[in-house]
Design a protein around this ligand. Structure first.
Ligand code: ZN
Length: 400
C-alpha cells in the first residue's frame, strides 16, 4: 500500500490534474505565490499539494495560507483524493454556477465518504474536515504508526463519536498532529489552507507522515474543589490544619443531617442500654478563637495545637462534628466508648482522630470526637482502616 501511494503521488506530480485544479505551472519547482515564502513551515507542503493539482491558489499570485477552507472545498479534495487512489486519475469536474461542488458531494455521498450535508459555503471546522478526509482514502491507506489511545486527544470531549473517530484515525496515521505540546485538536476552529496542504501531502505521501505518541492523562486520584473558601475533596467538606473555613461559615448549629444521625445513634445506643449524648456540637469561629487563645495561654501554642484547633480550622465550626459524653481518654474503655467505636459508622459517623495517628490527622487521640460523613462514606472510611486524611489523600499541617 505504501508503495502504491508513492506511485500515486508521482502520478500526481507528473500528470497535471485536468479538472481538480488547474495548476498551470504544474512542472514548476517554485511556487508563484507572493504570500508563501520558502521560510514558511508549510512551504514544502503547499508546493507538493499545489504541484499535485489538489489545491490551487486563490489567484495567480496569492495562495491565502491563513484563509479558511470551506466545506465545499474540503469535499472536493476528498473526492479528488479518492478518485485518484481508486482510478489513478481524476475525471471529476465542477459544475458551473453557484453549486459548483455538487458532483463532488454526490461522489462522496455515494461512496460513504460524506455521511451528512454541511453548510457548503461555510468555513470547515477542523474536526469535521478531518472526519471527511479520514474516509477519503481506502482504510488501509491510513495504517496506524502512532500510539494515540482513545481519550488521549485532550479536547474532543464534546465531539460526536463518528467525528472523533476520524480525528483519531488521522492522528494514528501520522497525518494530523493537532496544535501545541498536548496535540489538542481545536475541533471547532476553522482550518487554514496551509494546514490543509500539509494534511494532503501527508495523506498522499507516507514518507511525510509524523511520528508521535500520546497517552491518556492520569485522572487525579482525588478531586479538590474550593467553593466560597470551603474545601471539598471528592465532595467531602474537609477542615483540618491544612484546610480552613472562613469566619463567615456559620451554620449556627449541627446540620439537620448530622443532628438526625446523632439522634439515631443515641437511640441505637439506648437500645443496648447505653447512653450516648452530645456535650459539644457546633462552635462558631468566634467561640473557637476564644477557646484556642485560652488553651494557648494555659499550655503554650505548641501543646495547644495538639488538641485544639485554631479558629477557622475547627471541624466543630462545620456543624458536622460532635464531642460526646466525656473529654477523658478513659471514655474509650467504657461500654459507651467501645460501642461508639464499633457502631458509629452505621449511623454515618467516624472517629475522626484515632489513636496513634496524630502525625496524620494533626490531633491527639480523641475517642469522643465523631464526624458526620453520611452512612455510605462513613462505612467506606471505617472499612478502609484509614484516617479521613489518608482516605482523601490530604495533609493536616498548619502553614506556619
Ligand atoms: Zn471535638
Amino acid at each position: 500500500m505504501k508503495k502504491s501511494l508513492i506511485v500515486l503521488l508521482s502520478l500526481l506530480l507528473l500528470v497535471p490534474c485536468a479538472s481538480c485544479a488547474a495548476a498551470a505551472e504544474a512542472d514548476s519547482s517554485t511556487l508563484p505565490f507572493d504570500d508563501v515564502s520558502p521560510s514558511d513551515w508549510f512551504y514544502g507542503d503547499v508546493l507538493t499539494a499545489w504541484q499535485s493539482g489538489l489545491i490551487n491558489g486563490k489567484s495567480e499570485t496569492l495562495f491565502a495560507p491563513d484563509g479558511s477552507l470551506t466545506y465545499a472545498e474540503a469535499v472536493k479534495l476528498a473526492a479528488c483524493m479518492n478518485q485518484l487512489a481508486a482510478e489513478g486519475a481524476v475525471t471529476l469536474a465542477a459544475d458551473t454556477g453557484s453549486e459548483w461542488y455538487r458532483p463532488y458531494v454526490t461522489y462522496c455521498a455515494e461512496r460513504g465518504i460524506l455521511l451528512e450535508d454541511y453548510a457548503w459555503n461555510q468555513p470547515a471546522e477542523r474536526a469535521v474536515y478531518m472526519e471527511i478526509f479520514s474516509r477519503a482514502l481506502p482504510a488501509d491507506a491510513l495504517w496506524p504508526i502512532n500510539e494515540v489511545p482513545d481519550g488521549s486527544i485532550p479536547d474532543l470531549g464534546g465531539v460526536p463519536e463518528k467525528t472523533a473517530a476520524g480525528v483519531y484515525a488521522l492522528y494514528r496515521a501520522g497525518v494530523a498532529q493537532g496544535t501545541g505540546s498536548d496535540h489538542a485538536c481545536a475541533p471547532w476552529a476553522n482550518v487554514k489552507r496551509s494546514e490543509v496542504a500539509a494534511i494532503l501531502t501527508r495523506m498522499m505521501d507516507p514518507e511525510k507522515r509524523i511520528s508521535f505518541s500520546l497517552s491518556v492523562p492520569a485522572e487525579p486520584e482525588h478531586r479538590i474543589e474550593v467553593i466560597d473558601g470551603v474545601t471539598y475533596v471528592d465532595g467531602i467538606l474537609v477542615v483540618n490544619k491544612t484546610y480552613s473555613i472562613p469566619a463567615s461559615y456559620a451554620p449556627g448549629d449541627l446540620t439537620w443531617e448530622c443532628r438526625t444521625a446523632l439522634d439515631a445513634l443515641s437511640a441505637g445506643a439506648a437500645a443496648n442500654g447505653l447512653s450516648i449524648y452530645a456535650i459539644s456540637g457546633y462552635r462558631s469561629y468566634e467561640y473557637q478563637l476564644g477557646l484556642y487563645d485560652r488553651y494557648v495561654a494555659r499550655d503554650g501554642k505548641a501543646e495547644a495545637d495538639r488538641y485544639s484547633a485554631r479558629a477557622g480550622h475547627s471541624e466543630h465550626q462545620t456543624g458536622l462534628a460532635v464531642d460526646v459524653n466525656s473529654l477523658e481518654y478513659a471514655f474509650a474503655d467504657t461500654p459507651e466508648g467501645q460501642w461508639l467505636a464499633a457502631h458509629c459508622a452505621e449511623y454515618g459517623f467516624i472517629l475522626r482522630y484515632p489513636e496513634g495517628k496524630e502525625e496524620i490527622t494533626g490531633y491527639r487521640y480523641e475517642p469522643w470526637h465523631i464526624r458526620y460523613l453520611g452512612v455510605e462514606t462513613a462505612k467506606k472510611v471505617a472499612e478502609s482502616g484509614l484516617t479521613l486524611e489518608e482516605y482523601l489523600g490530604v495533609t493536616s499541617q498548619y502553614a506556619d
